[in-house]
Ligand binder design. Structure first.
Ligand code: PMP
Ligand code: GLN
Length: 388
């Protein structure tokens, strides 16, 4: 076992999905929809396979998909993207994140990110021999209607060694959607320290009324230093396809592309053809997706609260965090183990998305995914009301 992987066991997602299966629990753990994206996209993939799109795609990605990605950026964010110099198609956002870190961060550099963090960030930072500097997001309280961060804590996390800030908005698992003002504050700090930004925006189309997704790369102070990462999984309910992409100014795209060419070289060609169709779906598709998730969020929030849990309403993403401190468990892992084995509902213990220093902050919560059909959400709530 190489040292760089020696501290990684099985990811929490695989662990709890396996436990859910074993105990026939309702799985609100791993974030994947239990329904598929539009038929038009699936048919496009099938047609591409039948039509002979089965050999390597160009390393940077099929040109038609890169054009579709740039049209989508223009349509939704007025973000001008040259498909030939600013886009690389990857095998999901997961590969994109690794490529960005490989392409921009050296051993001994520091990477600033918020906690709770998506778990692959921490592993990827370790892979390149860099050091993470984590700043905890704080839960809503008397003075804050949403999750928030302490600006002095963020300032203190930056040092002359900082190379990259990872910014995930809409945020998994808190559901926080960063405001323009927050992005400007972070952008100014990055400009001051000459730091690049990885903007993980995979939940860009799952944002609820009264919040608005701001593409970080469209904030002027961030434009030249930001690599945007997104993927097909969440926006089109096709998590198994693993098509992602990065958008960045040409010098940053070049850095990421250098890594990508030796990580996967190229991504599944028929799915790229189908994703070009997906990215061009009419506005109504994206509005319906928001409406669908708005209804699911309400359904699960209402249900969790009826079961006695103090659940925070997310501004975006398809996750809800609930406060579990009243139930007498040692921590969130113990709570989630009890839930999956005794109550028959799987959630994710969010303390795994924290570094050792702030892990206790995550131990107060459990994460529930609402990207599930109504019957599944209702059955989870029924079990929670009955047995929790
Ligand atoms: N970033 C975040 C914040 C995520 O939640 C996920 C998936 N759950 C990913 C990246 C990975 O996306 P993909 O499935 O496209 O690799
Ligand atoms: N991103 C999904 C989540 O947060 C899971 C992805 C995975 O299993 N790696 O639940």
């Amino acid at each position: 076992l190489a040292q760089r992987v020696s501290r990684f066991g099985t990811t929490v997602f695989s662990e709890f999905s396996a436990l859910a299966l074993k105990h026939q629990a309702v799985n609100l753990g791993q974030g994947f929809p239990d329904f598929d994206g539009p038929d038009a996209i699936k048919e496009a993939a099938w047609k591409a396979i039948q039509g002979g799109v089965n050999q390597y795609a160009p390393g940077v990605g099929a040109r038609d998909l890169r054009v579709a990605i740039s049209e989508h950026a223009q349509r939704f964010y007025n973000h001008a993207v040259d498909p030939d110099t600013m886009v690389t198609v990857t095998s999901g956002a997961t590969e994109a994140i690794l490529d960005v870190i490989l392409g921009l961060v050296d051993p001994g550099d520091e990477v600033v990110a918020f906690e709770p963090f998506y778990d692959s960030y921490d592993a990827n930072i370790a892979f390149v021999g860099a050091t993470p500097r984590y700043v905890p997001l704080r839960p809503p309280d008397a003075g804050h209607t949403t999750w928030w961060f302490d600006r002095d804590e963020v300032r203190a996390a930056f040092s002359p060694r900082t190379r990259l800030l990872i910014l995930n908005s809409p945020h998994n698992p808190t559901g926080k959607v960063f405001t323009r003002e927050e992005l400007e504050f972070l952008g100014n700090l990055c400009a001051e320290h000459d730091v690049k930004v990885l903007a993980d925006e995979v939940y860009e189309h799952i944002v609820f009324a009264s919040s608005r997704h701001i593409r970080a790369a469209t904030v002027p102070v961030l434009a030249d230093r930001t690599v945007t990462v997104s993927s097909a999984g969440k926006s089109f309910s096709l998590t198994g396809w693993k098509i992602g992409w990065i958008i960045a100014p040409p010098p940053l795209r070049d850095a990421v592309q250098r890594a990508h060419q030796f990580v996967t070289f190229a991504t599944a060609s028929p799915f790229q053809a189908a994703m070009a169709v997906a990215m061009r779906l009419p506005d109504s598709y994206f509005q319906e997706l928001t409406a669908l998730y708005t209804a699911k969020r309400e359904r699960l929030l209402t249900g969790l609260r009826a079961a006695g849990l103090q659940a925070f309403s997310p501004e975006g993403s398809y996750f809800i965090l609930a406060d579990i401190t009243g139930y007498g468990f040692a921590d969130d892992v113990a709570f989630c183990r009890h839930l999956v084995t005794e109550v028959g509902v799987a959630g994710i213990p969010p303390s795994v998305f924290y570094g050792p220093e702030h892990r206790h902050l995550g131990q107060r919560f459990a994460r529930f995914a609402f990207c599930k059909t109504e019957g599944v959400l209702d059955e989870a709530v029924r079990r929670l009301r009955e047995k929790l």
